[in-house]
Design a protein around this ligand. Structure first.
Ligand code: ACO
Length: 311
C-alpha cells in the first residue's frame, strides 16, 4: 500500500502534474515545502519594511500612491503564502513565532537599509526583478496551492518591477545629482540582489532534492545567470553600470560572465548579522504583539458565531 502511494506520488511529479493537499506525499517533501513557502512568506512580510520606510517621505502624491499599493501587495503575497503552508498542516501563529524567534529564515536582501528614494526604484527594478526571475518558474512547482499562489504573485511583482524602472527612468532624466543617486543605489543593491538566488549550487544543501521533487525548477546558479543576462541590457538602456569589473559578454557561452558576490557577507546576513536584521525582527515582533487584540477579537467573534449556529 505504502509503495503504491509512493509510486503514484513519483509518477505525478514526473508527469509534471500537481500534488494537491489531500494527496499522499513523503514527509520530507511536506517539510521542504513548509520550509521554503514559510521563508518566502516571511520575506514578503519583512520586505514591507525597507520600502515602507519611504511612504511618508515619497516626493509626490503619485509616488506615494504607487508605493502604498506595492507595499500592500507584499502583505497580500505573505498572506497567500501562509495560507499555502496551512494546506500542508502548518500553523500560521507557529510560523510567525519561528520568524520572530530567529528559528526560520527570510530573504537576506531585506536586511539592507534604504538610504535614499532612489532605493525604492532600484528595489523595484533589481530586487523585484530577481524575485520574478526566481518565481516565474515556481508557477510550475509540483505543489498545486504554491504554484497557483505564484501565478497571481508574479503578475503583481511584474507591476512592482515596472514602477521601479519607470521611477529610475524619471530620475535619470533629472539632474546630475539625481543620476548620481541612482548609480549609488545600483552600486549598493547589485551584489545583495545576486545573493537572493541563494548560495552557489556547490554549497546549496537543498537544491538536488528540491529539483528531483520539482519543487524548484532551476538551480540557484542557473537563475542567477538568467538574471544577469536580463539585467545588463536594462542597465544600458537606463544609463547605469553594475559594480562588477568581471562583467562581460562571453561570445562562446552566449551569456554574460560575472564576478561572485561576497559569500562570507551573505552567510553573515543569513545568520542574523546584517545591518538591519535586529531592527527588522524587532519591528515584526512589535507589530505581532500590538496585533494581539485583533486576533483575540476575531477568535471571540468566530466562537460567538459558532455558538449561534449550534443553537
Ligand atoms: N536569504 C536567506 N536565506 C537563504 C537565501 C537568501 N537569499 N538563499 C538561501 N538561503 C538559505 C536557505 O533557506 C537554506 O537554509 P535552510 O536549509 O536552513 O532552510 C540555506 O540558505 C541553503 O540554501 P539552498 O539549499 O540553496 O536553499 P533553497 O533550496 O531553499 O534555495 C531559494 C533558496 C532559491 C531562495 C529558494 O528557497 C526559493 O526559491 N524560495 C522561494 C522564493 C523566495 O523565498 N523568495 C524570497 C525573496 S523574494 C521577495 O520576497 C520579494
Amino acid at each position: 500500500m505504502a509503495d503504491d502511494l509512493e509510486l503514484r506520488f513519483e509518477r505525478t511529479v514526473q508527469a509534471d502534474a500537481r500534488i494537491e493537499p489531500r494527496d499522499w506525499m513523503p514527509d520530507g517533501y511536506r517539510k521542504t515545502l513548509i520550509r521554503q513557502i514559510a521563508q518566502h512568506a516571511h520575506s514578503e512580510i519583512i520586505g514591507m519594511q525597507p520600502e515602507g520606510n519611504w511612504i511618508s517621505r515619497a516626493p509626490s502624491l503619485r509616488r506615494k500612491a504607487i508605493l502604498l499599493a506595492k507595499v500592500q501587495d507584499e502583505a497580500g503575497h505573505g498572506l497567500y503564502l501562509y495560507s499555502a503552508t496551512e494546506t500542508l498542516g502548518a500553523d500560521r501563529e507557529d510560523l510567525t513565532l519561528k520568524l520572530i524567534e530567529g528559528r526560520q529564515k527570510y530573504s537576506s536582501i531585506f536586511n539592507y537599509p534604504t538610504l535614499t528614494f532612489a532605493d525604492v526604484g532600484v528595489i523595484g527594478w533589481l530586487v523585484d526583478g530577481a524575485a520574478i526571475c526566481n518565481q516565474v518558474p515556481l508557477c510550475r512547482t509540483s505543489y498545486g496551492p504554491y504554484a497557483r499562489a505564484m501565478i497571481r504573485i508574479c503578475k503583481e511583482e511584474s507591476f512592482h518591477q515596472r514602477q521601479g524602472y519607470e521611477l529610475l527612468m524619471t530620475m535619470m532624466r533629472g539632474t546630475q545629482q539625481q543620476r548620481d543617486m541612482v548609480q549609488d543605489s545600483v552600486n549598493r543593491w547589485w551584489w545583495p540582489a545576486l545573493m537572493m538566488f541563494g548560495p552557489p549550487d556547490s554549497e546549496s544543501t537543498n537544491t538536488e532534492q528540491s529539483m528531483a521533487w520539482r519543487i524548484k525548477r532551476d538551480t540557484n546558479d542557473e537563475l542567477r545567470q538568467k538574471f544577469v543576462n536580463m539585467s545588463v541590457p536594462q542597465a544600458e538602456a537606463l544609463g547605469v553600470t553594475f559594480p562588477d569589473p568581471e562583467l562581460r559578454w562571453n561570445e562562446e557561452r552566449g551569456q554574460y560572465d560575472f564576478g561572485q558576490p561576497d559569500w562570507d557577507e551573505f552567510w553573515q546576513v543569513v545568520k542574523g548579522g546584517g545591518v538591519c536584521n535586529a531592527q527588522r525582527i524587532a519591528h515584526r515582533r512589535k507589530a505581532h504583539e500590538d496585533g494581539a487584540w485583533v486576533r483575540e477579537a476575531a477568535a471571540a467573534h468566530a466562537q460567538k458565531q459558532a455558538q449561534k449556529q449550534a443553537v
